[in-house]
Design a protein around this ligand. Structure first.
Ligand code: CMC
Length: 435
């Protein structure tokens, strides 16, 4: 909408003579927003927006979503084209730097990231402190946060070179941290990263290989892994990214901020949904049980949700879900899995839900998590690793958004207001006088 005549919005407090005219800001695409920063001083009121569904918290040049039509772009490039033609490290470069790299930049960047894949040897000790059945996300919250205790030389957030090295370290080390979290739970030796492999191949290697045998990388699976990583790399101001930005706004170091993002991603309404979808499908068990399950979902007293459906921004099919659904078929074919019952069940559930007035009226469509669990399960990942894989892929988005925040002169400490509805001021009552 840029290039249009500048517009303003006038806010009048009914019944008073208080009025404020504020600028309407236009982005490259998407809805205009009006700037309410002066509103409290001028009118003495704040806005009320639980869940921030109507609030733009920052200006960003990284990712654009048009939820009404189902569009997702990284730095202007449609997700379908990136999924089709790019690779994860190239997408990382794009998200961090704003442009696709040329061949030289790409080679330097790949080498720069892959140079940092090892963890400080002492970090190994941390794993022994966890129970063997620790959830990989619990391990990731702890170990990623602990990186700040090891890499003191890149903690100066005001130094661009420190920020660059921290970004490299985070992107390079999260696959090692996640793969080791898995190896720890199954009692296998940790596999050290191999920098001669691609990012996705290296992750599959650390996850699957054992020191006693050769590990052959299946190109279809490493391509699927790379694709899943591209699709999850960034998604503008979602809950975990906003958490990273909020933590970053205080001046906290990047490792601490990304650990906060991992914690936020864990919930079933966000990144934990992929795990919840698989549990839901197993609970439903058979297509014959779909109607009963959906009637539970529609019963408001029941608190059952159709996991993997609905999105704060997409009021149309999530474009990532379309790509993943196709990839599911490719991977299952490659693995020789004919008629996977979970995929069949998911497709039938999707078909029925998309024709049900409850979901149609509320514009609830499958999101990325509806099919990602099925493909990850087929690739041999246990359900508990699903959200950890999301975290591995999203780290680049978080660190790109964190970097943008630090470089944005308009950003201040994140500090929302509230409407207080508790008790009015009252006098303290001694314990013997209380009823
Ligand atoms: N199943 C049943 N009803 C739903 C669902 C669902 N999955 N999602 C939304 N609704 C209903 C909701 O109850 C409400 O109904 P009503 O107007 O009668 O009160 C209406 O649809 C609007 O929903 P909302 O709660 O206002 O939507 P929201 O923007 O606050 O929530 C969401 C978005 C993603 C948290 C929600 O759709 C949800 O919980 N979905 C299931 C969990 C899920 O799949 N999460 C992954 C999101 S995509 C990946 C990621 O972000 O990590």
């Amino acid at each position: 909408m840029s290039g249009t005549t500048p517009k303003t919005v006038t806010i009048t407090l009914d019944g008073t003579n208080r009025k404020l005219t504020v600028p309407l800001m236009a982005g490259t695409a998407g809805a205009d927003v009006f700037d309410i920063r002066k509103m409290y001083n001028a009118l003495g009121v704040f806005t009320y927006d639980p869940g921030y569904g109507a609030t733009a918290s920052c200006e960003s040049k990284i990712t654009y979503i048009d939820g009404d039509v189902g569009v997702l772009q990284y730095r202007g490039y449609p997700i379908e084209q990136l999924a089709d033609s790019s690779n994860f490290l190239e997408v990382c470069y794009l998200l961090l730097n704003g442009e696709l790299p040329n061949a030289k930049q790409s080679a330097e960047f790949n080498k720069g990231v892959m140079h940092h894949t090892m963890l400080h040897e002492q970090i190994r000790q941390f794993y022994n402190g966890f129970r063997r059945d620790a959830h990989p996300m619990a391990v990731m919250c702890g170990v990623v946060g602990a990186l700040s205790a090891f890499y003191h030389d890149s903690l100066d957030i005001n130094d661009p070179e420190s920020r660059r090295i921290s970004a490299f370290r985070l992107i390079a080390k999260v696959p090692t941290i996640a793969a080791w979290a898995y190896k720890y739970t199954i009692g296998q030796p940790f596999m050290y990263p191999r920098n001669d492999l691609t990012y996705a191949e290296n992750f599959l290697y650390m996850f699957n290989a054992v020191p006693t045998e050769d590990y052959k990388i299946n190109p279809v699976l490493s391509r699927a892994m790379d694709l899943i990583m591209i699709l999850h790399a960034d998604h503008e101001q979602n809950a975990s990214t906003s958490t990273v930005r909020l933590a970053g706004s205080t001046g906290a170091n990047p490792f601490a901020c990304i650990a906060a993002g991992i914690a936020s991603l864990w919930g079933p309404a966000h990144g934990g949904a992929n795990e919840a979808v698989l549990k839901m499908l197993s609970d439903i068990g058979h297509v014959d049980n779909i109607p009963e399950f959906l009637s539970d979902v529609k019963d408001k007293g029941n608190h059952t949700k159709l996991m993997g459906f609905g999105h704060r921004v997409y009021k149309n099919y999530d474009p990532r879900a379309k790509i993943i659904q196709q990839a599911c078929h490719d991977v299952l074919k490659e693995l020789g899995i004919k008629g996977d019952p979970l995929l069949d069940l998911a497709m039938e559930l999707e078909k029925i839900a998309l024709n049900d007035p409850y979901f149609v009226e509320r514009k609830l469509y499958p999101n990325v998590d509806f099919y990602s669990g099925i493909i990850l399960k087929a690739m041999g990942f246990p359900v508990s690793m699903f959200t950890a894989l999301f975290a591995v892929s999203r780290t680049v988005g978080w660190i790109s958004q964190w970097q943008e925040l630090i470089e944005d002169p308009e950003q201040r400490i994140g500090r929302p207001r509230q409407i207080y509805t508790g008790a009015a001021e009252r006098a303290y009552v001694a314990v013997d006088k209380r009823g």
